[in-house]
Design a protein around this ligand. Structure first.
Ligand code: CDP
Ligand code: MG
Length: 741
């Protein structure tokens, strides 16, 4: 895999060789590793899936329970846990030695920044200390996490330490999943969840303390929360805010809140020896694999952690490691210690993620191959060796193209230090930080949210690092095009409703148009299916079989309708797991879709929107068109399209329902564009050209050949005057409202 060249060419190159090695991976790795990766199912697993569906077809989510089991198992075998009770373990954490001082500083200050290395006990202990110090007698303690897995696993751990059931005194909430109850006093959640709570309760009345954990990760939501929480702090004297951070950003955070104190938790002193590769690696996957094998053969026992950029590379590396081990075993006479190869990335199902916590059998070594998920979110004890490839993938928004794309970047010095620290103690060192997400991503959601919080001028919002003006304006333009903002940038009725849904703006619009076009039931299913990982299951050696199974579900003019068809058939087969297996569908993804669907249904009920159903699927396609006309493409050749607005070429993917039709529709809309070997449209639906003009009038109009140029000009002028009048009216209205307030 060559890292030469740059930009798209490099990306394409990578993908190609990645796909090749991935294919070989499936061929060679055999069922065991495939098993770990969740790709091949043994008969036992299929049975287990069946068992999860109750007799009445009700679905029981066991993932979390499985996760918990694994954590328990881990504790049972870990040397330390064998001899120490949970409360003794708590006292061994570095934060314990400064508990009273820390609580004192918190009592005396409204905002405190807490700095301490990973594993010092910030995430699990801070909330408990606050509880023990009486803060939960009137209100609860909330703790935000940048990642879902972290919120879940930490809540589980703390509930065990406090000897309470998960969801009782200690709970968690992530998008589409709320495991808290009336007794909950410590609540872990993703920062996105807390952000949405500010919609209903701008001053966060129910929280006595909020801990913003891992704030240095600077997720988009964290950054917006910073601005909002600064207001809450100013308005509520009884409210406390604690921000935990790596050393790097602590000073900046302190300044943002008005030079608040920074509390340092003293670290443990396990030195980490950093060895640099002498030359930049031509192929960092290969380089990392070689290094891991060298360590395994020559160095004393202790687990290995390798950082890669994404799922593809992780799979490629796992494959290469398995292959190398096989070669080694067959070529040497001596006994070779076992190497347990464990991938982890966010899309991996939770029970498989949990495997990294299991202790390897005696004499064996674990080798965890991870994305940056393992940088801060998950703590695995027993890591002795860290191999850092020095790259990570980041989502970047290109405002000119109006597109998000994943790109590979070298990691920052800070992230590299953090990665090194996973083996022990980070050496001192500061350097430039990575570009915060807010400066590089699509802001549609944030803009909608801030608008609903009545922040009229977004360019004035308290951003720690304001996003480029171009990104804000572009996102506002997108929202205006969707009809969520009016001509003076205020929320429309549609916009107010869209805010209620934890969905990207176009998906929220699709849902609301489904209601308007009386086909909400169908659109609701499609939106839910688009919110989960792929439902198609394509195991190695059975590609043809699974492809023909997929084809049986095809609705010729639409991948969206194909998804709808699948869900409806699953439903009429009592949501059965074995039915999914028979039809090469991922039961887990479908169950998640069902869960998401019921959550969205609750929101629709709250908004008093009634569920309508239509047998006319043209209506459904119109609802899709009304939300995705900005992603429309016109046919250019067979399977070849160009984006109607910017002329970017885009292709039908061979797996699309529209691919083998024999004819291709002239106009389509698509869910998203995937930059791989080609620009592939993901999830495509054929649309009528006049729908585009009706539903996206700001982009499209029907050319009427018999109208003269003069008439056309006249019409344009009329439209312009009408718009100006409307703007004038809205401005006046806004000004009056301000005076009243
Ligand atoms: O937040 P910080 O990195 O400072 O530490 P923490 O996450 O509170 O972890 C403290 C200790 O709790 C770790 O060393 C782990 O052994 C343990 N822990 C656990 O067993 N399971 C979890 N899900 C999280 C932490
Ligand atoms: Mg932590």
């Amino acid at each position: 895999i060559s890292r030469k060249g740059s930009g798209l060419v490099r990306e394409i190159h990578e993908k190609q060789s990645m796909n090749k090695s991935r294919q070989r991976f499936w061929e060679l790795a055999g069922s065991k590793l495939g098993d770990i990766l969740g790709v091949e199912k043994t008969a036992q697993q299929v049975d287990a899936d069946k068992a999860e569906v109750g007799e009445d077809g009700e679905v029981d989510f066991k993932e979390d329970a499985k996760f918990a089991q694994h954590l328990k198992k881990d504790e049972a075998v870990s040397e330390f846990a064998k001899t120490k009770t949970l409360s003794q373990q708590r006292q061994y954490l570095p934060i314990y030695s400064v508990r009273d001082d820390l609580l004192q500083v918190i009592r005396e200050n409204q905002v405190v920044i807490v700095v301490g290395e990973t594993g010092s006990g910030k995430t699990t202990q801070l909330t408990q200390y606050l509880h023990e110090d009486g803060y939960t007698s009137n209100g609860i303690v909330g703790c935000t996490q940048p990642r879902r897995v972290a919120a879940m696993s930490v809540a589980k751990r703390v509930s065990e330490e406090m000897e309470t059931d998960l969801g009782d005194k200690v709970g968690y909430a992530i998008r589409f999943e709320d495991v808290t109850g009336p007794n909950t006093v410590i609540k872990y959640m993703t920062d996105g969840v807390l952000l949405r709570e500010t919609l209903k309760d701008a001053e966060l009345e129910k929280y006595r303390v909020v801990v913003m954990d891992e704030a240095h990760e600077r997720s988009l939501n964290t950054d917006v929360l910073f601005g909002i929480l600064r207001k809450v702090v100013a308005q509520r004297r009884d409210f406390k805010l604690i921000v935990t951070s790596a050393t790097l950003n602590a000073e900046k955070f302190s300044q943002f809140f008005g030079s608040v104190p920074i509390f340092h938790i003293p670290g443990r002193t396990f030195p980490v020896n950093t060895l640099y590769s002498k030359t930049p690696c031509e192929d960092y996957v290969e380089g990392a694999v070689k290094q891991a094998m060298t360590i395994h053969i020559t160095s004393p026992l202790g687990d290995i952690l390798i950082f890669m950029t994404g799922q593809d590379e992780i799979e490629a590396a796992c494959y290469a490691l398995a292959e190398r081990m096989e070669q080694l075993i067959s070529s040497t006479q001596k006994a070779v210690a076992k190497l347990l190869i464990l991938p982890i990335y966010s899309q991996l199902p939770a029970d498989l993620q949990a495997k990294i916590f299991e202790k390897a059998e005696d004499g064996a070594r674990k080798c965890i191959v991870a994305t940056n998920i393992a940088e801060t979110s998950l703590t695995v004890d027993g890591i002795f060796y860290v191999i850092d490839t020095g790259y990570s993938k980041m989502k970047v928004y290109n405002p000119r193209m109006g597109m998000d794309a994943l790109q590979v970047f070298p990691v920052s010095r800070a992230a590299a230090d953090q990665r090194a620290g996973r083996a022990g103690r980070t050496g001192p060192g500061t350097c430039h930080s990575p570009v915060p997400e807010i400066q590089r991503t699509n802001l549609g959601n944030v803009v909608l949210l801030l608008k609903s919080l009545k922040i009229e001028n977004l360019l004035d919002f308290d951003f720690m690092d304001p996003p480029p003006q171009e990104n804000i304006l572009n996102s506002m333009y997108q929202l205006w095009v969707l009809g969520a903002l009016n001509n003076v940038g205020g929320l429309t009725d549609l916009g107010w409703k869209m805010v209620e849904f934890p969905l990207d703006p176009p998906l929220a619009k699709m849902l609301l148009m489904g209601a308007k076009l009386h086909c909400l039931d169908e659109v609701l299913t499609i939106v839910s299916m688009l919110s989960v990982p792929t439902v198609f299951f394509r195991p190695k050696d059975r590609e043809e079989e699974s492809d023909s199974a997929r084809e049986k579900f095809f609705v010729p003019e639409s991948d969206h309708l194909t998804l709808l068809n699948i869900y409806q058939q699953w439903k009429s087969n009592d949501y059965r797991g074995d039915w999914c297996n028979d039809h090469f569908l991922q039961v887990k993804a479908l169950r998640k879709a069902r869960e998401v669907r019921s959550q969205l249904m609750d929101i629709l009920k709250q908004l008093k929107i009634t569920l309508t159903s239509s047998a006319d699927w043209d209506m459904v396609r119109q609802a899709i068109c009304s939300a995705y006309f900005h992603n429309s493409a016109k046919q250019k050749g067979i399977g070849e399209y160009v984006n109607t607005r910017n002329g970017i070429p885009c292709h039908l993917h061979p797996s699309s329902a529209l691919y083998g039709l024999g004819y291709t529709p002239e106009y389509v809309v698509y869910h998203e564009l995937l930059l791989t070997t080609k620009e592939y449209m993901q999830c495509v639906t054929a649309v009528e050209p006049h729908w585009l003009a009706e539903l996206g009038p700001m982009f499209f109009s029907v050319k009427e050949s018999d109208t003269s140029l003069l008439e056309h000009k006249k019409k344009q002028k009329e439209e312009k005057t009408a718009m100006e009048e409307e703007m004038e009216y809205l401005r006046k209205e806004q000004a009056e409202r301000k005076v009243k307030r």
